[in-house]
Each structure stands twice: as C-alpha cells, then as structure tokens.
Design a protein around this ligand. Structure first.
Ligand code: ATP
Length: 234
C-alpha cells in the first residue's frame, strides 16, 4: 500500500532522514521505533506532504512526493499527530465532526461513524459535550484517534500515541489500537515505547540518526540484541 524508497529530508544543512526505505502492506500494523530526534516525526511529515523531501513515496501505485497535504488526506492517509492537538475549546462531538469535514460526509454517514467511534471509546460517549481541553491526556489521545477514524482512513498513522501517558492509560490505548487492527485497518505506528509498539505490530523498523538500522517481523525485532538493549530495557 505504502512504499517509500530512499527518502531524504533536510532542515537547512541538517540531514534528518537518510535514504530511508520502508513499506506498509494492506491490513498490516508496521511500527517505526526510535529514540528522541531519530527522525520519526520528520518521516511522517514527509509522507503527509508537510515537509519537502527527496525520494519516492508511492501509495496505492501513485507517487505522493509533491502532492499537497489535503489531497493526501483525501486519498485516505490520516495522521494522529504527536501531542494529540485536539481543538481545546470545542466539545468532544465537535472535535469528532471536524474529522469528517474534509470528506464531505452526509449527516447520516457522520452519525454512523460517530456511533462506531463511541463503540470503540465508550469514555468519549460519556463525555460528548465536554470541552476537549478539559479532558485528561489519555482521553484526548482517544479523541484524536476517534477524530482520525471519522475521516475514514485507509492508512492510519499514529505518531507516539503513548507520549506523556501513564502506563495504565497506555495499555488502554494499545488495547484499542489492537481492536482497530482487528477491524482490518492498516496502521503505521511511530513509537519510542518499543515494548508496546512490538506488542501490536506485525513488522517494525528501527530508526537511528535518520537511518533504518534494522527491520523485520515484530518477533525478530524483539529477539534482536541491540533492540533489546536499547529499546526494551533488556
Ligand atoms: P521525537 O521522538 O523527539 O519527536 P523524532 O524521532 O520524531 O523525535 P524528529 O522530530 O523527526 O525526531 O527530528 C529529527 C532531527 O531533525 C532532530 O535532530 C531534530 O533536532 C531535527 N529537526 C526537527 N525539526 C526541525 C526543524 N524544524 N528545524 C531544524 N531541525 C529540526
């Protein structure tokens, strides 16, 4: 579904992503693991057309590099950004509706989609009239994922969903990611929390200083000495 070949991104003279190649096939959960500053967010921003990049980003057979972001979203790639970025002054319901905005869904479609999101996140249903800015970090992460699902993605990109959340909340979020996966969603998951990421992913890539160091199945990565030592606390 997504095939990236020799992606390079610079910030001025800083070469942040170097010859990065990765692929995500339909129905897979693929994780991109790396520590702070490895180039994970930069890679995602290049995929979404937010940053200029060199190299090829093919999606469903079409070249994405150079395509404007709104067209990429219309094509079904939807990202949940790092730090969640919900609209703090809008209610839960209105935040969710913003997710459906770009695909001009009918009222009936939007309502159906919202029921699906509430089914996945009962906590959001209980709080549908609450202002997003007054919710906990975990609830805001749920809302950000719910909002992305309202856009009916074909490829859902999650940028560090565990960031800043307590372990028990992280468990909840990953439980839901597992549920979304079971429904057949294709997911590219960026994480520093390798333990959680490898618990849900089919395959993974380890990024260090802008370069892919290893890739393999989740099982292979869990057994990989350097991954164990650097990312799994082993
Ligand atoms: P984190 O988990 O901390 O978000 P990351 O893996 O997502 O890290 P990036 O944010 O992609 O890392 O950053 C990759 C490199 O590019 C870092 O060295 C960072 O300092 C640099 N960088 C990121 N954004 C900019 C920018 N706007 N201008 C200059 N350098 C940048």
């Amino acid at each position: 579904m997504l095939h990236i070949d020799k992606l390079n991104v610079w910030y001025g003279s800083i070469h942040a992503v170097r010859d990065l190649s990765l692929s995500v096939e339909e129905g897979e959960v693929v994780t991109l693991i790396g520590s702070n500053g490895a180039g994970k967010t930069t890679t995602l921003n290049a995929i979404c057309g937010v940053l200029p990049a060199k190299g090829s980003i093919r999606y469903g057979g079409n070249e994405l590099n150079g395509v404007p972001t709104h067209r990429i979203v219309q094509g079904g790639i939807v990202m949940v950004p790092e730090g969640r970025r919900v609209f703090p002054k809008l209610t839960v319901t209105d935040n969710l509706l913003m997710g459906a905005y770009s695909r001009k869904a009918s009222k009936a479609e939007r309502e159906r989609e919202m029921e699906t999101v509430f089914g996945l996140f009962p906590r959001l249903a209980e709080r549908k009239d609450q202002l997003a800015g007054t919710m906990s970090g975990g609830e805001q992460q749920m809302l950000a994922i719910g909002r992305a699902l309202m856009a009916k993605p074909r490829l859902l990109i999650l940028d560090e969903p565990s960031m800043g959340l307590a372990p028990i909340v992280v468990k909840d979020i990953f439980q839901t990611i597992r549920q979304i996966k079971r429904q057949g969603m294709t997911i590219l998951l960026v994480e520093q929390n390798a333990t959680m990421a490898l618990s849900v992913a089919d395959r993974g890539y380890v990024l260090e200083h802008g370069e892919i160091r290893f890739h393999g199945t989740a099982e292979e990565l869990k057994e990989q000495g350097i991954v164990k030592k650097a990312y799994l606390g082993g």
